[in-house]
Design a protein around this ligand. Structure first.
Ligand SMILES: [Zn+2]
Ligand SMILES: [Zn+2]
Length: 86
């Protein structure tokens, strides 16, 4: 296991599911994508919409593309601006 990054700060958290330990599975608030008090990640840093995260459960470090507010979305995922033609 990696040590916690010195930038890890409990005051900066992100609610993203961990791709390594998937500790959110079977957790009701997580599966409803609400802010769970148990399953959150340290937000080490971010570059635009790309978040650099560390999981406090398994200390896995990864980057997560939120796709919000930037033009670097890799996958075509339209979450915002859903408008009907009329
Ligand atoms: Zn994890
Ligand atoms: Zn949870």
């Amino acid at each position: 296991m990696l040590p916690l990054d010195p930038q890890a700060d409990i005051g900066r958290r992100a609610w993203v599911t961990c791709p390594n330990c998937r500790d959110h599975r079977g957790c009701a608030p997580c599966e409803e994508r609400r802010r769970c008090t148990d399953h959150w990640r340290y937000l080490l840093s971010n570059t635009g919409s790309l978040l650099h995260l560390q999981c406090p459960t398994c200390t896995h470090v990864w980057d997560h593309e939120t796709g919000f507010g930037a033009t670097r979305a890799r996958r075509h995922r339209t979450v915002t601006g859903r408008r009907r033609p009329d």
